[in-house]
Design a protein around this ligand. Structure first.
Ligand code: GDP
Ligand code: IMO
Ligand code: MG
Length: 423
């Protein structure tokens, strides 16, 4: 796998962190190429849980170097905190991590604006993570963004930051929100600047040199495909493109260098925040799956909404990314359910409708077409061979593979690195 990508094919939290960590064992480089610290990826090694918001999840392996490339937006405070934790755990970041100077910054006024817009939306709020994602990306697009590049020349940064912060403070004032304190924020940023600058390096050369030398590159998708800025039921999106194409814009790797696209499919559906979720479940069944699966946001701690597996949505994700292989995760969480349902399509007013034909209004009204499966009662978390899974469980897996027409790489039955079933 000279250049492989890992993408979550649903609404996020599919278990990307676990799978990236696992596949990174054989990688020379693992690359985060979009999104910010709205991402929350979990890696479990032995009994210890690690949470990643900005640093690529594969950093624990000796040979693997970590790259934060240009498409990522950086809250320097969060990055520095994550770096501190890893260093305390004995990871030598100096020899492992590099950060693109092209990364845009998430600045204090972006977080304040995210919060102010959400509060102003009232009952129509989107349920963002309030990490400043939308406002930072929108500054990038409107040429008002400040980048890691800009903190190199500190005096210049002071001027640029002050100019932007004054404008943002006027906007914050119209929301009736406390303005950001320019001097104290600059003092904080100055400290963070010296922490980060030693890691700043042109990541285009690193990535493309590695690709030329046939080194193994692993690209870590940060958010689910259903949250893509263009392909979600907008505005219920995140601020970046999550589809495979953003590897090119977000890292500089030509897309035809990519040799494998691995899609992660959680055995059921979850979503955090607002927006339509056609297969959503409520009541005791949803609560039971949420509790069993620990379905609470890794970034915000919010309870995740729960639904049946939506293969209409996943099929769209497979097609738009040309997924070659899938990993099914959290199958162990479905043990004990007598009946399982899988959505194989949608109808609207009695007519078949595809995911891509729906805006958010249609998607909130579609009726899922379900296929029912017998469940299994056995705990499968210790199973490691496909033939040892209950027949009902194998049937569920086989149906997913056949429906999507994509090979299953393996199935994950626990949070720990090695809790996997080979096919
Ligand atoms: P990500 O954002 O896609 O990386 O996923 P999160 O880390 O936010 O959420 C996935 C959660 O499920 C984490 O707590 C993982 O440790 C856990 N997890 C991943 N795969 C499995 C699995 O196969 N079984 C179980 N029980 N937990 C898993
Ligand atoms: P991982 O990497 C789940 C959702 C938010 C919200 C919407 C917009 O853990 O899969 P934003 O703060 O990005 O402007 O919020 O996107 N969202 C996620 N949901 N997992 C994530 O990341 C998410 N990143 C963003 O909940 O609905
Ligand atoms: Mg997550």
């Amino acid at each position: 796998m000279p250049a492989e990508s890992v993408l979550g094919l649903q609404w996020g939290d599919e278990g990307k962190g676990k799978i990236v960590d696992l596949l990174a064992q054989k990688a020379d480089y693992v690359v985060r190429y979009h999104g910010g610290n709205n991402a929350g990826h979990t890696v479990v090694v032995g009994t210890k849980k690690h949470f990643f918001h900005l640093i690529p999840s594969g950093i624990f392996h000796k040979r693997t170097k970590a790259i934060i490339s240009n498409g990522v937006i950086l809250d320097l405070e969060v990055l520095a905190r994550e770096m501190d934790i890893l260093e305390k755990e004995g990871i030598n970041l100096k020899s492992k991590l590099c950060i693109s100077p092209r990364c845009h910054l998430i600045l204090p006024y972006h977080k304040a604006l995210d919060e102010a817009f959400e509060n102003a939306r009232g009952k129509n709020k989107l349920g963002t993570t309030k990490r400043g994602i939308g406002p930072s990306y929108s500054d990038k697009v409107s040429y008002n963004g400040l980048r890691v590049y800009d903190i190199i020349d500190w005096n210049d940064f002071i001027q640029k930051f002050t100019f932007q912060a004054k404008i943002k403070n006027k906007i914050l004032k119209t929301f009736g929100v406390k303005p950001v304190n320019i001097n104290s924020e600059l003092a904080k940023l100055k400290k963070l600047r010296s922490r980060i600058l030693p890691y700043v390096k042109d990541t285009f050369e690193v990535i493309n040199d590695a690709a030329q030398k046939r080194k193994k590159l692993l690209f870590e998708g940060a958010h689910g495909i259903m949250l893509d800025l263009d392909w979600s039921p907008y505005p219920f999106a995140t601020g970046s493109n999550t589809v495979v194409g953003s590897i090119n814009t977000g890292s500089g790797l030509p897309i035809n260098r990519l040799t494998n696209v691995v899609g992660i499919v959680k055995a059921f559906t979850s979503r955090v925040g607002g927006g339509p979720l056609p297969t959503e479940l409520f009541g005791r069944l949803a609560d039971a799956v949420r509790e069993r699966g620990g379905e609470y946001g890794t970034t915000t701690g919010r309870p995740r909404r729960i639904g049946w597996l939506d293969l209409e949505a996943v099929r769209f994700s497979c097609r738009i990314n040309n997924v070659n292989e899938i990993v099914i995760t959290k199958l162990d969480i479905l043990s004990g359910l007598l009946e399982l349902k899988v959505c194989t399509g949608y109808t609207l007013n009695g007519k078949k409708i595809r995911y891509s034909e729906c805006g958010y209004k249609e998607l909130s009204k579609v009726k899922p077409v379900y296929r029912s499966f017998a469940g299994w009662l056995e705990d499968i978390s210790a199973v490691r061979r496909f033939k040892d899974l209950p027949a009902e469980c194998r049937n569920y897996i086989n149906f997913i593979a056949k429906f999507l027409g994509v090979k299953i790489k393996f199935v994950s039955v626990g949070a720990e690195r090695n809790a996997n079933v080979k096919l």
